[in-house]
Design a protein. Structure first.
Length: 255
């Protein structure tokens, strides 16, 4: 019987590995600083100058190419960095919470509609919104990046539900069984992002006030309120007319 082979001794990751990782992060930070808000679908990193990245990262172009051999490799690594960033998924929640606080004395339904419209305006007006969409489209074609995006949405759903829950609670609403709050938030986020895409190309039908709608409501806020009411139910199973739209519209036309 032959003697067993000695165990393979792997070379430990020492200072050189740490230095290499630090250099990569410097390169990616330098590249990220060049990403412009107007970067759009075909190549979100088209504005990046490799020479300027190398200069800002304090490395030669030859040294940069040892870490990222092609622009595509740099783009993939930068996409991963951005999708992994907490700031990418959590840019305006503090402002949203303050806006909700300002609605404390408002009629519960008016407060909900106002917040829904606020979320659309915040999303569509976000300076990096075109870049966010470009990165998600890029991630859709890469399984690893798609996993990161799905994980980011899971966190986003939970945060959005924390914003929606107190507003719906004022109306005595809870997620319709067997849905969870995260399910309700996910559907709302999808509606917001779709509407924000229309706004991106200058289409304003959804968020302009019109005389045929109930007072202070836009087409988007009506759709969003209906969506949330259809995904929730009365907390105590009270007898209640859920046709809020008919009630509101009749009130506005008689006032």
């Amino acid at each position: 019987m032959s003697e067993p082979l000695p165990p393979v001794r792997r070379k430990p990751r020492g200072p050189n590995h740490a230095t290499s990782q630090a250099t990569k992060q410097r390169i990616l930070a330098a590249a990220e600083s060049q990403v412009k808000p107007e970067s759009w679908l075909i190549d979100p990193f088209s504005t990046i100058s490799i020479s300027l990245v190398a200069k800002r990262a304090e490395i030669s172009r030859a040294g940069l190419s040892k870490h990222f051999g092609t622009r595509e490799e740099l783009g993939a690594a930068l996409t991963e960095r951005l999708l992994n960033s907490a700031a990418f998924w959590d840019d305006s929640y503090a402002e949203s919470e303050r806006f909700i606080e300002s609605l404390r004395e408002s009629d519960p339904l008016d407060a909900l509609a106002a917040f829904l419209q606020y979320e659309l305006c915040s999303t569509a007006g976000y300076e990096r919104w075109p870049l966010v969409q470009a990165l998600q489209i890029r991630a859709a074609h890469d399984p690893h990046l798609a996993d990161l995006t799905r994980a980011g949405y899971e966190v986003d759903d939970k945060r959005e539900w924390r914003l929606l829950e107190p507003l719906l609670h004022r109306l005595g609403r809870v997620p319709r069984r067997p849905l969870s709050g995260d399910d309700v938030a996910a559907a709302f986020i999808a509606l917001v992002e779709g509407a924000a895409m229309r706004r991106l190309v200058g289409e304003s039908r959804l968020d302009s006030e019109r005389g045929d709608l109930a007072s202070h409501f836009t087409l988007f806020s009506v759709a969003a309120v209906e969506l949330l009411l259809s995904l929730t139910e009365r907390e105590l199973d009270e007898e209640c007319d859920d046709d809020w739209w008919a009630t509101r519209n009749s009130t506005s036309t008689t006032s």
